[in-house]
Design a protein around this ligand. Sequence first.
Ligand SMILES: [Zn+2]
Length: 242
Amino acid sequence: MTAPVPEQPPQQPQQSNAAEDAAIVAAIAVLLAMVPAPPIGRLITLLTQHRVSRPAARAAVALVTSTGRDAVLPLGPAAQGMQRTNLLRRAQYLLAAAKRLTRTLGTNPSREALTEALRRERQYWRQHLHASDRRTQAAALVDSTADTASGQVIDPREPSQPRRVLGWRAVMDDRTTADCRAAHGRNFYADQEPRIGWPGTVHVRCRCRPVAPWPTRRLVDGGLLPHLPGRTREVAASNPRR
Ligand SMILES: [Zn+2]
């Protein structure tokens, strides 16, 4: 993503760095968050100030803003957090796509070169959307499972803030990866994404799922719950057993 660009617009500085990329990604994310109509002109201007050619910026912005897929749904904490994550990933994708197109096309591409480069880029875009959808679904499943099956723990340091806890279940066979295997049978907080991601997002074919908490204090991220998770009045009352 930060590889040097062979054909630089002459007025731009030569070096690229991760901090600058992080800043521009944050700025792009702010503009992309302006739904339903992100300001296309401002996105293009922002990109062209960062070693991206104008044709590349135009093409990349058109690709990324053409898909209105952000459904407005009632969101729980996991899905809300994932919405922010997805927005940042989309901004990262837009910057990377614009830089790829700039490298491929230079500053004055032919119509054919643009079409061919965009054909490839659309494939990356579909992969990006697919990964986004998977993360969104995984987060929504955490929220819904937390509503129906979570346990609760109370940290004695924060007794007024009980937290919901879920269990991690992996499909255990010869295809299970080391991360998923290690997480299986441990618990996680339903409002805090584990370092390896939510169940179902650890890798491309992750088959893990959130389940009711296991009778253990061990956490997916390491460390221990303050006590064994218990079924709470609040959870029980909102989901009466039949
Ligand atoms: Zn998994």
